[in-house]
Design a protein around this ligand. Structure first.
Ligand code: BGC
Length: 333
């Protein structure tokens, strides 16, 4: 064998051994460690849930999301928060449909209206994907459970607060989120029932805000112009009281018109401190989100779950706000 062919042979053998080692090494890595990122991420979670709110950037829904995310972290859930940018029933339904099509393990959403939500929820549940309603129930649907405020009772509380604070004499205008929404209807009904025995309380008008602060302000302005006898407002969703208060502050005078609102978002508390909003109905959005995720896991595991869980709801007035909070706000103004 010539020297050249010996060298060629040795070089070929070394090359063969090195290539085999690389092949074995990388083959082993692929099989054991370096799986695609997506797969790896998925393995960190036991479940994949979607929370579909009425409006993505609504501060109230961000609190529901925070609670749900906290539970998701505690219980190894991948939680997606997806839905309409601005309240829109078609986008809302489409997001639920798309989540179901992507075969998530569970859907948390509102049961906003019987007409549109009940048939969709029924289809999703029948296809094997559990649905829990949060904040607003579709009580006649096949949803597995509801967690949220007792919306009728919360409206009733608002009515009782108004009677007490106005000594049973008021001409009231109601600004409600949406006429079609189950929970808004229940809040209005609860309020109407609470005041119906009061002969000096009159409901002058009921209008919609489309859960928008700007629209609530526009409607409040129109009502004040059209019905100068109105001296009280009830705002039935989180931004309604704030919109009404903006108008009263600017065009009337803080405290001249009685306002009972909904929820305790920072702006609402600020208007309470200034004496523009007199009372508000507090709900527990963080708790709704947290417990909804936990309930979904229990349902999937076949554990017993109460089909209706009402979270706490109560009225607060400025006197219920902590003095430390009031002082802090005073200083920063
Ligand atoms: C309601 C939510 C609604 C929000 C709108 C809250 O009071 O519970 O359902 O989306 O107001 O701002």
């Amino acid at each position: 064998m010539s020297r050249l062919s010996v060298m060629t042979y040795v070089f070929g053998a070394v090359f063969f051994v090195v290539s085999c080692s690389f092949a074995v090494f990388y083959g082993y890595k692929v099989l054991t460690h370096d799986l695609p990122i997506e797969k790896k991420q998925h393995e960190k979670y036991d479940y994949h849930f979607v929370l579909v709110p009425e409006e993505l950037d609504n501060e109230y829904w961000r609190l529901v999301e925070q609670g749900a995310q906290a539970a998701a972290t505690d219980y190894r859930v991948m939680l997606e928060y997806a839905g309409p940018k601005q309240a829109n029933i078609d986008d809302h339904l489409k997001t639920i449909e798309m989540s179901a099509a992507s075969k998530v393990d569970g859907i948390l959403t509102q049961g906003l209206s019987d007409e549109q939500f009940t048939p969709l929820i029924n289809r999703v549940v029948t296809s094997g994907i559990p649905v829990i309603t949060v904040d607003t129930d579709a009580a006649n649907s096949k949803r597995l459970a509801y967690i949220g405020t007792d919306n009728y009772y919360s409206g009733f509380l608002a009515g009782k607060a108004l009677i007490q604070d106005t000594k049973g004499k008021a001409n009231v205008a109601i600004i409600t989120g949406n006429f079609y929404a189950n929970h808004q209807q229940q809040r209005v009904k609860g309020f109407q029932d609470a005041v119906k025995g009061e002969e000096d309380i009159h409901i002058i008008d009921i209008v919609e805000s489309e859960i928008s602060r700007v629209r609530a302000a526009e409607k409040a302005y129109q009502i004040i112009k059209k019905h100068p006898e109105v001296n009280a407002f009830f705002g039935t969703s989180a931004l309604d009281g704030i919109g009404i208060a903006q108008v009263v502050d600017k065009y009337v005078k803080p405290g001249k018109i009685y306002i009972v609102g909904f929820d305790n978002l920072p702006e609402t508390l600020e208007y309470m401190r200034r004496g523009t909003i007199n009372a508000t109905v507090v709900q527990e959005p963080y708790e709704m989100g947290y417990r909804a995720v936990k309930m979904m896991i229990d349902l999937i595991k076949g554990k017993p779950v109460n089909p209706i869980i009402h979270t706490d709801t109560r009225i607060i007035r400025v006197t219920d706000l902590p003095v430390s909070y009031l002082n802090r706000m005073e200083e920063s103004n």
